[in-house]
Design a protein around this ligand. Structure first.
Ligand code: FES
Ligand code: FES
Length: 162
C-alpha cells in the first residue's frame, strides 16, 4: 500500500510524516512519534484511555486513522504542561488524588481540559457527563470528579487575577 504524506501539528510542533492509509492515529502517536502518554486500553472505542484532542475536541485516537488528522492540531497529555508548570488539570489530579494506577489518566485529563475550555464553571453532573466515555477501573470516579472541579476553580481564580 503506498504511503501518504501528512502534516499534523502535535502539541504545537508541525510534524510531516509518511504513513500507510490504514495506520491508526494512536499508533502514529505512540510508535511513530514516541508519545507513549496516549494509552491503549481496548482498541475498540470503549475505554477512552487513548483520548487526545483534535482541534480541541476529544477523540478516541484508536478509532481514527492518522490520515484523518492531516492538516489538524492534536494535543496529547505530553502537551498539557509547560516546561516549568503543570496544567491546572494535572495539578487537580495530584491535589485530589484523581489517579491510582494512572492508566486512564491521560485520557481523563484531556477530556477534562476540553470540558473546561468550553465551560469554566461546570457542575458535578457536567463533569460526569464529559467523562462518560472514559473508563477507570481503580478510583470509583469520585476523586476524578473532584480533581476536575478543583482545576475549574483554579482556572477561574487565575482568570480573575489577570
Ligand atoms: Fe481507544 Fe480504548 S484504546 S477507546
Ligand atoms: Fe487505574 Fe483509572 S487510575 S484505571
Amino acid at each position: 500500500v503506498p504511503e501518504r504524506r501528512i502534516t499534523v501539528t502535535v502539541n504545537g510542533a508541525r510534524r510531516v510524516v509518511e504513513c500507510e492509509p490504514r495506520l491508526l492515529l494512536s499508533h502514529l502517536l505512540r510508535q511513530g512519534l514516541r508519545l507513549t502518554g496516549t494509552h491503549m486500553g481496548c482498541d475498540t472505542t470503549n475505554c477512552g484511555a487513548c483520548t487526545v484532542l483534535l482541534d480541541g475536541t476529544p477523540v478516541k485516537s484508536c478509532t481514527m486513522l492518522a490520515v484523518q488528522a492531516d492538516g489538524h492540531e492534536v494535543t496529547t497529555v505530553e502537551g498539557l504542561a509547560t516546561a516549568s508548570e503543570l496544567h491546572p488539570v494535572q495539578e487537580g489530579f495530584r491535589e485530589e488524588h484523581g489517579l491510582q494506577c494512572g492508566f486512564c489518566t491521560p485520557g481523563m485529563m484531556l477530556a477534562s481540559k476540553a470540558l473546561l475550555d468550553r465551560d469554566p464553571d461546570p457542575s458535578e453532573e457536567d463533569v460526569r457527563w464529559a467523562l462518560s466515555g472514559n473508563l477507570c477501573r481503580c478510583t470509583g470516579y469520585q476523586n476524578i470528579v473532584k480533581s476536575v472541579l478543583w482545576a475549574a476553580a483554579k482556572l477561574r481564580s487565575e482568570r480573575e487575577d489577570q
